[in-house]
Design a binder for this molecule. Sequence first.
Ligand SMILES: Nc1ncnc2c1ncn2[C@@H]1O[C@H](COP(=O)(O)OP(=O)(O)OP(=O)(O)O)[C@@H](O)[C@H]1O
Ligand SMILES: [Mg+2]
Length: 485
Amino acid sequence: MSRVPFAGVGRVVSGAVARPRTSFVCQQCGAQFAKWVGRCNDCGHWDSVVEEAVAPRPTAGPQRTSIAIGAARDAKPVPLGSVEPQTASRVSTGLVELDRVLGGGIVAGSAILLGGDPGIGKSTISLQVLGELGRRGMKALYVSGEESPEQVKMRADRLGSGDSILILPETCVEEVLEQVEETNPAVVLVDSIQTMHSRELASAPGSVGQVRECAAALVTMAKASGRPTILIGHVTKEGTIAGPRVLEHVVDTVLHFEGDSDGGLRLLRAVKNRFGPTNEVGVLEMGESGLRDVGNPSAVLLAERPKGAPGSVVLPTVEGTRPLLVEVQALAAKSALAMPRRTTLGLDANRVAVLTAIVDKRAGLKLWEHDLFVSIAGGFRVAEPAADLAIIAAIGSSASDQPLPADLVLFGEVGLAGEVRAVRHAETRLREAAKLGFARAIVPAATARGAKAPDGLSVEGVASVGELWSLLFRARRPRPEPLDA
Ligand SMILES: Nc1ncnc2c1ncn2[C@@H]1O[C@H](COP(=O)(O)OP(=O)(O)OP(=O)(O)O)[C@@H](O)[C@H]1O
Ligand SMILES: [Mg+2]
């Protein structure tokens, strides 16, 4: 029998035939059923019953280890001081931006979940990483459940990497684990976890039970053997990784690959990381020969910015610890509809609705007569409140048809009373703006008093939306009539 962890889980070893045993368990209350039901009879939850493999009764000998702690079998307590830290065994992926998101490279024995929209480049970046590790003499196994070896080879040829990679077209996780034992690779990639299935379960690949069992088996293998293991995951329409939430708990690192799949720029975000900072972002660019690091993303993001166009504003945002200059665009156009349209791209629609109401009230713009479109250029998403001041300025600029100075940046949170509040990382934002050649920054008054202005950047503070209007729009107080009348 193979020594693969988890290989025996779910088998009832009675008599000559080992038949898999499963039961259906409610994920909310733990009630067990003999067959699948749509609604749990015990707690009443809908769609919470999932097929699970039943572990054999413990007998003499080793038992199933906890996947969460990744503990080795027969472990003994040791003084923490005598433990070698894992940082020494980080391996660079060849992509500076990916290394940065991982916290300095791939850690031995770590399980990484890489999620992202279809076609965003998950297979591409994984193939590039395996190719790079192969060049460093590490044997890499690419388990492909989605594409044939020929398809993967075509991509590898385009990327110019990967001849040393072992490719395994397989979707059965037990077979995969057996092949891993046999070929003994230094790193394993599974593309994708949703295509994997376990023989122990009767449910279809991609179902919650299957995804969880397969991920658990692969993570246990990674922990027990010290092989870094990368799992590619699909995302749902809502943008979360498809499958059970527990998938994100069992792995060490969860990376989200984002961006506009039509455009070239991609954002790699660490949403969970046991070996580095979370919320760190890496910026990459997709090209003919794969993904490339983008050293100065702000310059790339602002490259096509229209200068002197009403409704265009530059916002220094911070992703994780990294400043990025992005362009906020607003378009307020007279509406023929009884209910004017409100559309946002890359920004929270509710937040923009609140800011629109604040502009209406404090600056006297009749925005209910306008369709309003607000977006972040380049397919980026900005969720932080520091964007408020820039959004308000962009809406005001478009509604009043007055362009803002091209060398201006704005950031700050705006409250319902129209007050402008300080935000974190003010100096980082100002430094990035100065680095990119911006000459003027409008910031919350409290920030202007406390922050040190970098050379070449004049920093002005505003305490309210009214003050912002006085500064930007024809240097006078807000007028009560619509500006486009
Ligand atoms: N010849 C090419 N030149 C430039 N870019 C290409 C080329 N071929 C593919 N791409 C890019 O690669 C992307 C597809 O990459 P990849 O197959 O790695 O995505 P994926 O996330 O694995 O998708 P899926 O979810 O379908 O598996 C395309 O969206 C495109 O941006
Ligand atoms: Mg793919």
